[in-house]
Ligand binder design. Structure first.
Ligand code: G4P
Length: 296
């Protein structure tokens, strides 16, 4: 399956982001903890070279705790500040303020020396579609936030949110990048729902997710749907098809005439994954752990 997706409004959003970078001190990048690498737009690294960086491993409740910690250390080793959060429940959000102050301490010191007191840190919040950016802003800023109108110099569409006297957020639209060089990245983005489902073949997508889970999390498939197979079997179309059929069987996905409804089974399986009903499942790992290079 080949996934490419780049609507025109995303080009515009990138340009807007580039223009507004000069107004900010820090980039807060929200990623999905299940695919912390693939859910990062590579354009941000290019655009944000001179800025302090904070990565929020969001949806950490849906990813394995062990892998969350390994990924957090990995990003820290690359110079990022990292906080694990669950924007839905609010877990982890309390830590953010102090980490922001720490990440911007040089700027705060510089301001002090120049006699500028209490200038807030300005942070741009970025994240690809569906990583939970709106949920994060709503829980983090909450009712206390006042959305300020457009300030001069700020691109239309990007929104300033004043949190308190020491932090202002600039909300930006979620953007993907033009081309996935690595098709695995496209698939993973589709698994977590960051690519519009309308352009995807859900049965193929479900089989790709089955392929991954049969390798990495076989016990989950066995327990939830009763999927079993010979470990020596190659994970080709025949095996994947029969696994999907088993999902249809176990969840009574039937068409008229008692044929299996593969489409319904595929949707059900993908939904089970996305909502965490299959447990906390991380889909990718740092290169040092697998020996496989990361490429977007
Ligand atoms: P976006 O702005 O980045 O596009 O994402 P948005 O906040 O709309 O969140 C996308 C989905 O992810 C929402 O689910 C939201 O509830 C869920 N979500 C966000 N953060 C977290 C998190 O930390 N943990 C978990 N488990 N889920 C999170 P939805 O099904 O689209 O909507 P809803 O039914 O939850 O309202």
């Amino acid at each position: 399956m080949n996934i490419q997706w780049y609507p025109g409004h995303m080009t515009k959003a990138k340009r807007a982001m580039q223009e507004d970078l000069k107004l900010i001190d820090l980039i807060i990048e929200i990623v999905d903890a299940r695919i912390p690498y693939s859910s990062r737009n590579p354009d941000i690294d290019e655009l944000g070279k001179q800025k302090s960086r904070l990565i929020l491993l969001n949806k950490s409740d849906l990813a394995s705790e062990t892998w969350n910690d390994i990924w957090a250390k990995w990003f820290q080793s690359q110079g990022f500040y990292v906080v694990k959060v669950n924007s839905k429940s609010g877990a982890g959000l309390k830590q953010i303020n102090s980490v922001v102050q720490e990440a911007c301490k040089e700027k705060i010191e510089r301001d002090k020396k120049r006699g500028i007191l209490n200038r807030p840190v300005r942070a741009m919040v970025v994240g690809i579609p569906n990583v939970g950016k709106s949920t994060f802003i709503n829980s983090f800023a909450g009712k206390a936030c006042t959305k300020t109108g457009n300030k001069p110099g700020v691109t239309k569409g990007n929104q300033w949110i004043r949190l308190h006297k020491s932090l202002e957020l600039l909300d930006t639209p979620g953007i993907l990048w033009p081309r996935f060089e690595n098709q695995e990245v496209g698939k993973r983005l589709a698994f977590i729902g960051s690519i519009n489902d309308e352009i995807l073949n859900k049965e193929e997508l479900a089989m790709e997710l089955l392929r991954f889970m049969m390798k990495q999390y076989p016990e989950v498939l066995k327990e939830r749907y009763g999927i079993e197979w010979e470990q020596s079997q190659e994970l080709g179309d025949v095996v994947l098809n029969s696994a999907l059929e088993q999902i249809a069987k176990s969840r009574s996905c039937l068409l008229k005439g008692n044929e299996y409804d593969y489409k319904k089974a595929a949707n059900l399986f993908i939904d089970d994954y996305r909502s965490g009903r299959l447990g906390r499942i991380t889909l990718e790992f740092p290169p040092e752990e697998t020996g496989e290079a990361l490429k977007r």
